[in-house]
Write a protein that binds this ligand. Structure first.
Ligand code: NAP
Length: 284
């Protein structure tokens, strides 16, 4: 199986790059701000399956630059999916819990209707719709709260702040599933194999680490596993305003993903240990 991956340096793309079956394209090889060029790459590639792991992920910046975010997260995605459909190549795409408005406390199912709160979520949802409309074979994996030893993420921010301060205020009313990039990559490769074998049904799937937790719970575990002594004050989101509003409820029902692909929710505490070990190995 030959898997062409859009993205190379991102958290998930870095993990996909570790598989022998993948060829990962960086921004110089495929700039998603140029939709026609990306469609051209798909039209001429020799892949059996395509995974799109590139995206405009700067949630707050998207509020003031929705045009670029739309180009990268929606226009390019639609044109790549159309080019893949034309050649009957399965197109696997990563989406987000931010397509939901965060209301209620029940886990979101794949049947629930998206209602994004901000520009980033809107552009990601448009990307999903473009893939469905393209009419080819596809799988959309919505995930949440991604962390890894690479790039910018909550774990690395907490390690930095925890090394500088002995007390922090952390949001405690947003609940979701922290998800390691290496677990997402593994899930994507299982899906890729299924589509390659003609067995993956078209659809939207949910995938996040368990158990669901708040950012404060996540920070507590990061500090515990890192032997950092930090006093955490649990605060509501309104005390930590951001340009883009965040959904309070990011719990996702991942049952369809298990039933369809045999992919289980990974325990994020175990995955955190792997990431911390990787960061420690890099240090020294
Ligand atoms: N991070 C999260 O917490 C989170 C949560 C839910 C869903 N997701 C979704 O998961 C997927 C992977 O996210 P991630 O955390 O791995 O993202 P990331 O670490 O922010 O990486 C994004 C990747 O996209 C690439 N990219 C951005 N603009 C591009 C462009 N114009 N052309 C080509 N490449 C471009 C970046 O390349 P450069 O390195 O060149 O900038 C980078 O490789 C995305 O679809 C994201 O929406 C993420």
């Amino acid at each position: 199986m030959r898997v062409l991956v859009f993205g190379k340096s991102g958290q998930v793309a870095t993990e996909l790059d570790k598989y022998d079956e993948t060829t990962c394209l960086d921004r110089a090889a495929a700039d998603l701000a140029s939709p026609a060029a990306c469609a051209e790459v798909v039209a001429n590639c020799e892949a059996d399956v395509i995974i799109n792991a590139a995206a405009y992920t700067a949630v707050d910046d998207a509020e003031s630059d929705e045009i670029t975010a739309t180009m990268v997260n929606a226009t390019s995605v639609r044109m790549m999916a159309e080019a893949a459909a034309h050649r009957d190549i399965p197109f696997i795409h990563i989406s987000t819990d931010y397509v939901f408005d965060g209301s209620g406390t029940d886990p979101w199912t794949t049947e629930d209707f998206p209602a994004p709160l901000g520009a980033y979520g809107r552009t990601k949802y448009k990307g999903e719709q473009g893939i469905v409309d393209a009419g080819g074979r596809y799988g959309i994996l919505r995930t949440s709260w991604v962390f890894s030893a690479h790039g910018n993420n909550f774990v690395k921010t907490m390690l930095r702040l925890g090394g500088e301060r002995d007390a922090l205020s952390i949001v405690d009313d947003q609940i979701g599933g922290p998800t390691a990039a290496h677990d997402i990559a593994s899930a994507l490769m299982v899906m890729a194999q299924a589509y390659y074998e003609g067995m993956g049904p078209n659809g939207v799937y949910h995938f996040s680490g368990e158990p669901d937790a708040s950012w404060a719970d996540f920070a507590t575990e990061i500090f515990d596993q890192s032997d950092l002594n930090v006093n955490i004050t649990r605060i509501p989101s309104e005390k930590f305003p951001t340009p883009a509003p965040r959904p309070l409820n990011s719990r996702m029902d991942c049952e369809t993903t298990r039933q369809t692909f045999g992919i289980y929710r990974p325990n994020w505490r175990d995955s955190l240990k792997i990431v911390l070990d990787e960061l420690n190995a890099d240090k020294g």
